[in-house]
Design a protein around this ligand. Structure first.
Ligand code: NAD
Length: 302
């Protein structure tokens, strides 16, 4: 049986950083599947220098030339309200927000300048916040919304020379997990992707034969599934690249349980260190409530 063709007719999709790389692929896909697309891009370098309208305009032209509907927006994501306003002014609604815009300021922690830290935090964290904040009232009112945040393996696992970027990317996980909880009863589904794909961001750090197998268009179908009206998935993290996609989750070792009295000493923990770190009978906690249950069990120890 042929797989179904997911469509987005009549919906408005905002893609930030859609002038190139992954964002461009999302925008072109949604434009070809019936959506109205806001193609946002500041048009600067991958280090966040400069700006221009060309990148976004080119993608808009491409969508329109294939019969799709798209408008450009050249604001920085840190002015997210203007980006969402572009959607409302042109199409009267917003259904999907893909927080994708991003830059790099890679440098060892020892040599990092305040500006390298601040700019990365501004574009990734404040930018995602500002766009989501502006879209949220519309999502709530219409009891429908789909939001994607773009994290990175650097944030999930750490990555040499990327303290700023890693911190920002993991911040987006906490941000999105919480939005998923707050949005659930309004049918606002929020998920995180950690992609790996060939783009101007990765072309300087990966060899051409590897990049050949990491086409950015191969990330699009997963995002399409997560943002479709048929999706029920929320608060999830997916790694995706080169045709592979997989959900990630937290794992908690079974751990040690110590009596909460004078016997809870550093030495007592040292004796149970293997238990603290033993993943043989691991659990997969879903939220803070889970840890509270453990604490209650601890309180009942003889
Ligand atoms: P890219 O540089 O090709 O695309 C990023 C786009 O964002 C650019 O077009 C850029 O002009 C735009 N942008 C930058 N700052 C902006 C701002 N302030 N406001 C609006 N637009 C802005 O890189 P990409 O690889 O396509 O990256 C897309 C997203 O995926 C980023 O968030 C990146 O951190 C993330 N990511 C990419 C990879 C990868 O392997 N390519 C891996 C992990 C995460």
């Amino acid at each position: 049986m042929a797989p179904p063709e997911l469509r987005y007719d009549g919906q408005t999709v905002v893609v930030t950083g859609a002038g190139g790389g992954l964002g461009r692929e999302y925008a072109i896909f949604f434009g070809a599947r019936g959506a109205n697309v806001v193609v946002n891009d500041l048009g600067g370098s991958f280090k966040g220098e400069g700006k221009g309208s060309q990148a976004a305009d080119k993608v808009v032209d491409e969508i329109r030339s294939k019969g799709g509907k798209a408008v450009a927006n050249y604001d920085s994501v840190t002015d997210g309200e203007n980006i969402i306003k572009t959607a409302i002014d042109n199409f009267g609604r917003i259904d999907v927000l893909i927080n994708n815009a991003g830059i790099l300021r890679d440098i060892s922690f020892k040599n990092m300048k305040q500006q390298d830290w601040d700019l990365i935090m501004a574009v990734h964290v404040k930018g995602a916040y500002k766009c989501a904040r502006a879209a949220w009232p519309y999502f709530r009112k219409q009891k429908y919304g789909r939001l994607i945040s773009t994290a990175s393996a650097a944030g999930l696992f750490g990555s040499f020379g990327q303290t700023n970027y890693s911190a920002a990317k993991l911040a987006l996980v906490g941000f999105t997990e919480t939005l998923a909880k707050e949005g659930f009863k309004y049918n606002i589904l929020c998920n995180v992707i950690a992609p790996i794909a060939a783009s101007r961001m990765t072309e300087t750090v990966m060899p051409p034969d590897v990049l050949e197998n990491l086409k950015p268009e191969w990330i699009v179908p997963l995002v399409a599934v997560l943002t479709h009206k048929s999706s029920t998935e929320t608060g999830a993290i997916y790694e995706c690249g080169g045709g592979h996609m997989a959900k990630l989750r937290w794992e908690r070792a079974k751990g040690a349980l110590l009596r909460t009295d004078d016997s809870l000493t550093p030495g007592a923990i040292a004796l149970k260190w293997n238990e603290v770190n033993n993943f043989k009978e691991a659990e997969h906690p879903q939220g803070p409530g889970n840890a509270m249950e453990l604490l209650e069990t601890a309180a009942q120890l003889p």
